[in-house]
Design a protein around this ligand. Structure first.
Ligand code: F6P
Length: 535
């Protein structure tokens, strides 16, 4: 692989001044650098990757063993080595009945059974046959969970708002009491269903919020609150300790990572909101992307292409962040969702072999929907000192048929931004603009300098017909597999998250000090802050 990295670096050294737009003079480029899977198009032609670099990147992926690791993941091998677990979130959305063995047992029957139980429960709640203690239909659902037990359902319920015909869904994640207080304020406990979602059922934020919300329920409906509770977890004995009846508990196996869990019981709020049929369409979209990922040739394979663009920008160009810019207001939580998916998976500096990585791994992922972002941080994207590769998402069609003019504007803005980033504006044009404004001499040059756009800033665009449940499933699975491929190339385990442990441990140790115990032994800064916050 070392030779390939060097060849890629040499390609970059030769081409870094080349204009992306010059690559697009080749009429075959769009066809070569844009690929489609079941109606989802990925255009990677507005990057400075040329065919020779793409070939090297594909060789790099092969040399890293992406094909073998992909097969190992789908086959249920324990590729999450540091935790000794298989990685099989894909099984939750597989339209496949062939046995899939983990630890000597076929996992398919339990998956189907849990999905059927979820559907019976969700449809019962939606129809009113599973009702509140007083027989009333549930009008609201609160999901208590954090990280992977929160971000997926939050993102997806918002994304699928046009499909909502079930109870309203609310989410409490932050241990900040303000979150619980603000959500509970507008709700009636008599018609509210509470889901406690935690893979481990030990996460302190979730357990603290659950206690508060259970008290609120008790105060509202009396001591018998069982009808108002459900749980989602891998830790069934702990859910029982919270008094949640076993038939109200939806379990899943440890081979579903938290940030990959929305396809199973963690997706219960999504199913409650949109119904079982649309949830199945969401699973089908992800399943279709899985099949594409497994079967499409490298050069036509969306997750591979997106990953290779990521590797090029991160490692060969040295860009430290990537911006996710959905031109889709209902994907406004997608960047936050992808922050966990990408940064918790690939924000590592040690490889599977225990040694420091030879290459930099996961970049910072951030973003906001367009067009809002245009009026906030796009200034920096266009004229800032750092190049930030952008990832645009746009639908051909909105859900608001009567507001077609809005959608036309949205599409024009999305296309304009990727074009502006690439094409920029020359000094010559800027000088003319300054002259037209009446500036002359030195003033004209000074004014023109402000109006120059360096351009040549890369982007990719994901385009789809409409944000349906199927398309949402495709998009999320695409990003999951992109993270996987990048992780394999970097040689890391994308499925553990040891980096979140230290903060948890220290916060346990700090809690008594926050409550008044001596802070002796702590550093001077922490002692000073404790004095300020507790004095
Ligand atoms: O932040 C660490 C983490 O373990 C995530 O990976 C996970 O999604 C989140 O906490 C919540 O964990 P749980 O579902 O076990 O409460």
């Amino acid at each position: 692989m070392t030779g390939l990295w060097e060849q890629l670096a040499a390609n970059r050294a030769e081409t870094s001044e080349r204009k992306i737009v010059s690559l697009l003079e080749d009429s075959a480029r769009f066809d070569q650098f844009a690929a489609e899977a079941d109606g989802l198009l990925l255009d990677a032609s507005k990057t400075n990757i040329d065919p020779a670099a793409l070939a090297l990147l594909m060789e790099l992926a092969e040399a890293a063993g992406v094909t073998e690791k992909r097969a190992a993941m789908f086959a249920g091998e324990k590729i999450n080595e540091t935790e000794g677990r298989a990685v099989l979130h894909t099984a939750l959305r597989a339209d496949d009945s062939a046995p899939l063995m983990v630890d000597g047992a076929d996992v398919r029957p339990a998956i189907a059974q849990t999905l059927a139980r979820m559907e019976a429960f969700a449809e019962g709640v939606r129809e009113g046959t599973i009702a509140a203690q007083n027989g009333a239909r549930f009008t609201d659902v609160i999901n208590i969970g954090i990280g992977g037990s929160n971000l997926g359902p939050v993102m997806a319920t918002l994304a699928l708002a046009p499909y909502h015909d079930g109870p309203r869904c609310h989410f409490i994640s932050n241990v900040d009491g303000a979150h619980a207080a603000d959500i509970l304020q507008g709700l009636n406990p008599e018609t509210t269903l509470v889901i406690v979602a935690s893979k481990t059922f030990t996460t302190i934020e979730t357990m603290t919020n659950a206690e508060t919300v259970l008290d609120w329920l008790g105060a509202g409906v009396g001591p018998e609150i069982g009808a108002h509770l459900a749980a989602v977890s891998t830790a069934l004995e702990l859910t029982a300790n919270m008094g949640i009846a076993p038939e109200r508990v939806f379990g899943f196996a440890d081979w579903v990572g938290g940030r990959y869990s929305l396809w199973g019981p963690v997706g219960l709020p999504i199913m409650l909101a949109v119904g079982a049929e649309d949830f199945r369409a969401f699973l089908a979209g992800a399943g279709a992307m899985d099949r594409h990922f497994v079967s499409a040739p490298l050069a036509r394979n969306l997750p591979m292409l997106l990953a290779l663009v990521g590797i090029w920008h991160r490692n060969i160009c040295g860009y430290g962040t990537r911006a996710v810019l959905p031109y889709d207001q209902r994907l406004s939580r997608l960047p936050a969702y992808l922050q966990q998916l990408d940064m918790e998976s690939n924000g590592k500096s040690v490889g599977l072999n225990g040694a420091a990585l030879a290459q930099k791994s996961g970049p910072v992922v951030w973003g906001e929907p367009g067009t809002n972002g245009q009026h906030a941080f796009y200034q920096l994207l266009h004229q800032g000192c750092d190049v930030i590769p952008a990832e645009f998402l746009i639908a051909a069609e909105g859900h608001e048929a009567g507001l077609a003019q809005h959608h036309a504007l949205l599409k024009a803005n999305c296309l304009a931004q990727s074009e502006a980033l690439m094409v920029g504006r020359s000094l010559e044009t800027a000088m003319q603009i300054a002259a037209d404004l009446g500036f002359e001499g030195e003033a004209q040059a000074r004014q023109a300098a402000q109006r120059v756009f360096a351009g040549n800033r890369p982007s990719v665009t994901l385009a789809y017909q409409k944000l349906t449940p199927f398309v949402l499933g495709q998009i999320i699975a695409l990003y999951e597999h992109r993270v996987f491929v990048e992780g394999v190339i970097w040689g890391i385990n994308s499925f553990d998250q040891w980096g979140v442990e230290l903060g948890k441990e220290l916060s346990n140790a700090l809690l008594p000090m926050v409550l008044g115990a001596s802070a002796e032994g702590k550093d001077a800064s922490t002692r000073g802050l404790l004095a300020k916050l507790t004095g």
